[in-house]
Design a protein around this ligand. Structure first.
Ligand SMILES: Cc1ncc(COP(=O)(O)O)c(C=O)c1O
Length: 433
């Protein structure tokens, strides 16, 4: 029985897919925080190069992937799509469970799908140095690798709780030549202010973003790079869904349910948006589910409104599901899902009823992750394991209803550098927060 569906190097997508072109209602524009008027491209010029600003606001349905980017994608793309037959057996479910494995990349997650084009477009624009934030270190590591490949310096503000708990990703960033600071840090005015108020502040993605932006505007030849949330990041990730569509065709099945975990929304967008296009254009009845932590539930408990992307209120205002930019998420093990907001495009898709959202507690997530590791072999990243918890719930429902469902999910990264979190779970010390 064939359980693995591979494409060849020639099948790496030649274009990214832009859902902005197909939304039944236009996406509300970002607003200037001072004037509250729709943001003009120039307002972003201090932090992003012009070519990426154009992509952020691009109305075209298809955007060409430059050849040098496809050449680097070829190091790991197309990623495999597998059917999880051992997990199906363990669950005794009639459901067919497929997963797209983005952990096959050199940095171990989907994040390199966007770090490579971001570094490439910055290099074209003459940028010498990039500043960024990272939660669990997946994004920082991915940008470090991409900067190394295009000869750019990389300066990373890493959320302090992850800096302490995830030393191996920090070491990975160092191996790829990046400089890494725990955030909040003494290097920025904003970091110093927070540390004066609370020397033990554990940090958050919102804070690290503020520090990276401050660094960008104060350092010559530097631009800022974001690993999620923004339109151009979601755009770059659509290689995942485009490949998955072809691979599901090879498997001879069409998914009933498509699942991805949601931090800022980019890996979910990557797998889901090409399927949403079919939902909008061809009337397909896919159930598309974004999964988040109960401890940071922007999609399931947040409000849809204009909010800042960072804690210091330096970004434009974006229309998104948000818990408020001052929300300090508890220190859960899925560091990459600790973000107060959500991609405006994913938020818009939820508002328009193109998708649904679910939230899971971390003990349930690690239970699912461990079952997956024990049946399929791959140890999932804690972030990705949120998708697995939802998939297992769906597969159990299929068993109870005695009906076959075809489920596809994005396994956005491996957890080989998250083993201390597994140990916490396996020794009974993991708690829901
Ligand atoms: C493996 C993995 N999956 C998912 C995420 C969440 O980010 P996003 O929602 O942008 O995909 C992260 C973030 O660090 C991650 O490392």
């Amino acid at each position: 029985m064939q359980t693995r569906f591979d494409l060849t190097q020639a099948d790496i997508p030649k274009q990214w897919y832009n859902l902005l072109a197909d939304f039944p209602e236009p996406l509300p524009p970002p607003l200037h925080p001072g004037t509250k008027e729709p943001l003009l491209p120039d307002a972003l010029a201090a932090i992003f190069p012009e070519n990426l600003i154009q992509q952020e606001m691009c109305p075209d349905r298809w955007v060409e992937i430059p050849e040098p980017v496809r050449d680097i994608y070829a190091l790991w793309r197309p990623t495999p799509l597998l059917r999880a037959v051992r997990l199906e057996k363990a669950l005794q479910t009639p459901a067919h469970i497929y997963y797209k494995y983005e952990g096959a990349s050199p940095a171990g997650s989907h994040k390199v799908n966007t770090s490579v084009p971001q570094a490439y477009f910055n290099k074209l624009a003459g940028t010498k140095r990039l500043a960024t934030e990272t939660g669990a270190g997946q994004w920082g590591a991915s940008l470090a690798m991409a900067c190394q490949m295009f000869g750019l310096e990389c300066n990373v503000y890493m959320v302090k709780v992850s800096y302490q708990h995830k030393p191996y990703r920090r070491m990975l960033m160092h191996t790829w030549g990046a400089t890494v600071h725990p955030s909040p840090s003494e290097l920025t005015e904003y970091g110093r202010k927070l540390l004066a108020e609370d020397p033990h502040c554990q940090g958050s993605l919102g804070i690290a973003i503020s520090e990276a932006i401050e660094d960008t505007v104060k350092t010559p030849n530097t631009k800022y790079s974001l690993g999620s949330v923004l339109n151009h990041v979601c755009l770059h990730q659509t290689v995942i869904g485009q490949e998955s569509i072809r691979q599901m065709e090879l498997a001879g099945e069409d998914p009933d349910v498509i699942v991805g975990c949601c931090g800022g929304g980019s890996n979910f967008a990557g797998i889901a948006f090409p399927f949403m296009r079919r939902k909008i254009k061809d009337g397909k009845e896919y159930r598309i589910v974004g999964v988040e932590p109960s401890a940071c539930p922007s999609l399931t408990k947040g409000e849809l409104r204009y909010d800042f992307g960072d804690t210091a209120e330096t970004t434009p205002l974006m229309m998104m599901y948000t818990l408020g930019h001052n929300f300090m998420p508890p220190s859960i093990h899925a560091g990459g899902l600790r973000y107060h907001g959500m991609s405006p495009m994913v938020s818009h898709a939820l508002k328009l009823g193109l998708m649904e959202a679910e939230a899971y507690h971390q003990t349930k997530v690690f239970e699912a992750a461990t079952l997956f590791a024990r049946s399929e072999g791959i140890v999932p990243a804690p972030e990705s394991a949120h998708a697995i918890a939802a998939v297992i719930t769906e597969a159990v429902k299929a068993r109870e209803a005695g009906r076959k469902r075809v489920i596809l999910f994005n396994l956005s990264g491996h957890g080989l550098l998250d083993l201390s979190s597994y140990e916490t779970y396996l020794t009974g010390k993991l708690q829901d927060v």
